[in-house]
Design a protein around this ligand. Structure first.
Ligand code: SDX
Length: 392
């Protein structure tokens, strides 16, 4: 050791902070936001209320919720010049790259959001990102689809307005499908926070240097992009599509996942904390069946997902390593049924996780946490003298 620390790659055995936001019990498959179970919140609450709960610690009164929504709406316009940055991207740009860039760019248009000296400054910066980020997510999608960018309609609810910005067509009257609204609201609730996961830890690390909120969120978006983290929801559907193209032979993919010489992993399986089941996966699995049923969609990929999960869950390799479907395993099936393209799946995860990132950043700043700066175990060269290039 370097005298003061022990080696802990990936921080598997390290608690980086004290937090009152989210409670996980990996053994029992428990997930609670500020003490409320996700099962109750997914069933009885809505995403705007869960945003308030995570960030301010309690469920809002009707008046508090209305004021919070109004404060977000009045800060939801994105400077028109941000569109010039969006224009610079090729249509093929991955939405997560677009979103991390545009979110960081928000600092340039809202410089006062960096120095949050008072709770009021912090509240304003938080309402700005909550108002502008859904616009950016919708814009990333519209750019990819070659559709005109919109600002939505502040007479609508928070999630309703996002769906309208995403899907409205310039030449059609937009009609909200209640099945789509309910499914997206529930998915956003289930993705809202997850204690010190990779992207949230990233937001805390970047924020601990007192870089602004938008820069911290932008770094969280980049961390979430990876296929081992939020990017898994895209990788799951791509894997299921490959299996379908392979004639549905999921046993071959199970064998690949078990083969140590094959880097292939069963995407959507396994979790650092959950060692029996991911409670979110259980809820999303049921929601996937309901949504496909309500929309009258028969997606063969769902059957492949069910078959793959069944075989894996009875296989010694997966059981002995406590590998179960995680939040990403079924979510893509719903997104696809709702008409959301695969590259946007992780952007939907980011929209859901935004309040969690904000709540954890706020807690870190209010707790005056020190700048994150871990040590290392040095294994490099011992001291040696410089040799001129002519003598090398
Ligand atoms: C999310 O942290 C969070 O909370 C994240 C998240 C959130 O809400 O923020 O829950 C969201 O990111 C969910 C996870 C999405 N990722 C995937 O589905 C990608 C596939 N899963 C794996 O890469 C992996 O399971 C992780 C990344 C989720 C967890 O990795 P760990 O805890 O570092 O575990 P590990 O890589 O050390 O694996 C332990 C063993 C190894 O085998 P052995 O070396 O012991 O023989 O299990 C094997 C791994 O090879 N293993 C898998 C596997 N996951 C782990 N083998 C095949 N397929 C897999 N998916």
């Amino acid at each position: 050791t370097s005298g003061i620390t022990t080696l802990d790659p990936g921080f598997k055995n390290t608690s980086s902070c004290k937090s009152a936001v989210t409670f996980l019990d990996g053994e029992k498959g428990i997930l609670r936001y500020r003490g409320y179970s996700i099962e109750e919140l997914a069933d009885k609450s809505d995403f705007l209320e869960v945003i308030y709960l995570l960030i301010f610690g309690d469920l809002p009164t009707k008046k508090e919720k209305q004021q919070f929504h109004r404060d977000i709406q009045t800060k939801s316009l994105v400077d028109e010049d941000v569109k010039k940055i969006l224009d610079g991207f090729p249509k093929s740009a991955h939405p997560m790259g677009v979103l991390s860039a545009l979110t960081s760019a928000l600092t340039a248009f809202n410089p006062k959001s960096v120095d949050v000296r008072s709770e009021k400054d912090m509240y304003n910066a938080i309402c700005k990102i909550l108002g502008k980020f859904p616009v950016l997510v919708a814009w990333a999608y519209r750019k990819e689809e070659g559709l005109p960018l919109a600002y939505g309609d502040n007479s609508l609810g928070y999630v309703e307005n996002f769906i309208k910005m995403m899907f409205e067509l310039p030449n059609e009257k937009f009609v909200m499908n209640p099945v789509v609204l309910d499914a997206i609201d529930k998915l956003l609730i289930l993705h809202a926070d997850h204690e010190q996961n990779c992207s949230t830890s990233t937001v805390r690390v970047v924020g601990s240097s007192h870089a602004g909120l938008f820069a911290s969120i932008s770094s969280g978006i980049s961390a979430l992009w990876g296929p081992l983290h939020g990017g898994a929801n895209q990788a799951v559907i791509e894997m299921l599509e490959d299996i379908k193209a392979d004639g549905g032979d999921y046993k071959k993919y199970i064998a690949k996942a078990k083969d140590k010489n094959d880097p292939f992993r069963l995407m959507g399986f396994g979790h650092r904390v959950y060692k029996n089941f991911d409670p979110r996966a259980n809820i999303i699995k049921v929601a996937a069946e309901e949504v496909l049923n309500d929309l009258g969609i028969d997606d063969p990929v769902l059957d492949i997902a069910r078959g793959l999960a069944q075989v894996a869950l009875s296989d010694e390799y997966f059981k002995s390593r406590n590998l179960y479907p995680n939040v990403d395993f079924y979510s893509g099936i719903i997104y696809r049924a709702l008409g959301i393209p695969v590259p946007m799946f992780t952007a939907m995860f980011a929209l859901g996780r935004l309040p969690g990132w904000i709540a954890q950043w706020k807690e870190m700043r209010l707790n005056k946490e020190p700048i994150s700066r871990p040590r290392q175990l040095y294994i490099g060269a011992t001291e040696r003298a410089y040799v001129g290039i002519d003598k090398r």
